[in-house]
Design a protein. Structure first.
Length: 208
């Protein structure tokens, strides 16, 4: 007796879910190698070796190195953006919004600097390789939206024009990330204070 269309659909959905879960597990393992070696110095063979995965398995789930790297960066930056969106949603006032946002950004820099370094590596590479341009554009659009939502939630008139909100935050973010990785580290409290001050200027110095 043949399975009903509903059962076939359910079986297909389970199979796709298992594949997606496995793909994400592989990406998490591969991310460790990519964090250490960066884009230019990493082949699929390097990733397989560092991640204790077979080269065949990587090829089964990902077309090539570019496909794998895009998936890794996209997955991580989506989670990062969601953390920032939560910080915005959970704020009950403009002061709390500044504090929540600064907390979230600081935690990400201190705990995940190597992963963000990979993002900046890929963003630079997108200037030369068109394969990276769509995902970089999508990620940056999301991050720009995060900042715009934060400003809107604050309900104040920003001191900076809108086109400078994201670039200003991003520049300070990259600066602190690089210091973390180069060993010239500020404390978590110092980084947090830096972002809190910057956010108050973006939202307006009279945030309350």
């Amino acid at each position: 007796m043949e399975d009903s269309p509903a059962k076939l659909k359910e079986r297909s959905a389970r199979k796709q879910m298992k594949r997606a879960e496995k793909k994400q597990q592989i990406a998490q393992s591969a991310l460790v190698a990519l964090q250490e070696l960066g884009y230019a110095n990493t082949s699929l063979r390097d990733i397989a070796s560092k991640s204790n995965l077979s080269l065949g398995m990587l090829h089964y789930y990902f077309e090539d190195r570019t496909d794998l790297i895009i998936y890794c960066v996209q997955t991580y930056k989506q989670a990062f953006s969601e953390q920032l969106f939560r910080a915005i949603r959970n704020a009950g006032s403009s002061v709390e919004l500044v504090e929540n946002f600064a907390d979230a950004i600081t935690a990400s820099i201190v705990d995940d600097a190597a992963t963000h370094r990979l993002w900046y590596d890929i963003r630079n590479q997108a200037q030369f390789d068109r394969a990276f341009q769509p995902v970089v554009a999508n990620i940056e659009a999301t991050l720009i939206d995060v900042v715009a939502q934060a400003v809107g939630r604050a309900g104040l008139t920003p001191e900076l024009p809108q086109e400078l909100w994201y670039p200003t935050l991003d520049g300070v973010f990259q600066f602190h990330m690089q210091r973390q990785l180069q060993g010239d580290r500020l404390s978590r409290a110092e980084i947090r204070a830096s972002f809190a001050t910057l956010m108050r200027h973006i939202f307006a110095s009279r945030a309350s």
